[in-house]
Design a protein around this ligand. Structure first.
Ligand code: UDP
Length: 387
């Protein structure tokens, strides 16, 4: 296993006086473009990040006490249906065959997610067959022709009892908002199935965890003689000290770029609390959700399950309790309610006028993207640069 240091990148690297492309942010969007531009266009790229590591929120590292690799910003499962994206990312890693499954705890009992026939049978203590369940749920569902918010959408899909048990409390904890104030689209991420298919992702044709962890992918992408990577480097402090001959690619929060001149966009963040338990396996799965408000954490991550192919120590296991936070300094998730969507639209108008800067990634486009969507977006932007 490769241990991933950052010897090559640090804040003492000298900022070049000029570059063809300046990329702000060493996350997926920035790193994919750095790799493509250096390899294919043979242009000089300077990529910077204000954090002290590459990889953005995908960053993975080894816990010193247990030797277990974990994802510092919450569990990331790579999944996609796109052959193009899978082929691209497979140049930099093999995947370990991990298949994502999520469970949820409600009233001290564990259920399968996404809501499927097993969840329904177990929750209502029935034994329905796939051809019976639709009629059963339809009796519970309230017909709402055009659901205006997450609550209405969820009730129109699964009815009030399942909504109250598995969605309401979790969503409230996760977003720190009443589900009535949240857009219906968020729930589209969570499918409902009338069979025993418990795979978490609808678009999970290709899925897994990179064999050597996520950080190794970024090391490979950025390992090119035309790329200079500088960490602990704040764009707003250096932007006047470097001449950019072609374009700046900005992947930070879009409102920050424009100095919050139209106001601040709202973001949701998470806080992860590390815990060690003296057992080999604490919860039997990599992610356990907690549906009830009385449990303060939204979920518990147990990263050893992400790498079943590795032989980790048996004496201890590593856990992370996840709590939601609104921390504008660590933006993770955009809050896509009407107010924020409208504000983003205005920032986007400003962004369109910036002829020498391209905006991308979750933060740069205020979008709740999965990793594969960010890669697809970056590859598309690269095609337009080439053209
Ligand atoms: N969700 C829920 N109960 C769960 C898991 C998810 O109600 O146990 C809903 C919730 O509204 C959440 C959305 O589905 O915001 C997306 O959840 P997901 O687990 O995909 O979020 P992510 O992994 O991106 O944080």
């Amino acid at each position: 296993m490769v241990h991933l240091g950052h010897n090559k990148y640090n804040k003492h690297m000298k900022l070049p006086e000029e570059t063809d492309y300046l990329i702000v942010g060493c996350g997926l969007f920035g790193s994919v473009l750095a790799e493509r531009i250096s390899c294919k266009l043979k242009k000089k790229v300077t990529i910077i990040d204000k954090r002290n590591h590459i990889g953005g929120n995908c960053y993975s590292t080894i816990d010193q006490e247990t030797g277990i690799e974990y994802h510092q910003y919450g569990t990331h499962i790579f999944h996609t249906n796109s052959q193009e994206v899978f082929r691209y990312v497979s140049q930099f890693t093999q995947f370990n065959g991990y298949y994502h499954q999520v469970l949820t705890t409600h009233k001290n009992k564990v259920y399968q997610l996404p809501i499927n026939l097993e969840t329904i049978n177990s929750f209502f203590n029935v034994n329905l067959k796939p051809f019976e369940v639709k009629a059963f749920i339809e009796k519970k569902v309230k017909a709402i022709p055009q659901p205006k918010n997450l609550e209405e959408k969820a009730i129109s899909l699964v009815g009030e009892e399942l909504y109250e048990a598995f969605i309401k409390g979790y969503t409230q904890k996760q977003w720190n908002k009443d589900p009535k104030e949240l857009p219906a689209t968020i729930i589209n991420r969570l499918p409902v199935r009338f069979n025993y298919d418990e795979s978490y992702f609808n678009n999970g044709r290709y899925q897994g965890i990179p064999k050597e962890g996520y950080t190794a992918i970024f090391q490979q992408m950025l390992d090119h003689p035309l790329i200079t990577t500088i960490l602990e480097c704040d764009y707003f402090e250096i932007k006047d000290s470097i001449t950019v001959k072609e374009k700046t690619i900005y992947t930070g929060p879009i409102d920050r770029y424009f100095e919050f001149q139209l106001g601040r966009l709202d973001w949701r963040s998470i806080r992860l609390e590390r815990k060690i338990e003296s057992v080999e396996d604490y919860q039997g799965t990599s992610v356990m959700n907690y549906a009830d408000l009385k449990d303060k954490q939204t979920r518990i991550h147990e990263p050893r399950h992400l790498h079943p192919e590795r032989s980790y120590q048996k004496e201890k296991t590593l856990l992370f309790y996840e709590y939601s936070e609104s921390n504008i300094n660590e933006p993770f998730y955009p809050i896509n309610d009407d107010k924020n969507k409208e504000l983003y639209r205005k920032y986007k108008e400003l962004a369109m006028k910036e002829k020498n800067t391209l905006f991308g990634g979750r933060l740069g486009t205020y979008s709740y993207y999965d990793m594969d969507q960010v890669i697809a977006q970056a590859l598309k932007v690269f095609d337009s640069l080439k053209a």
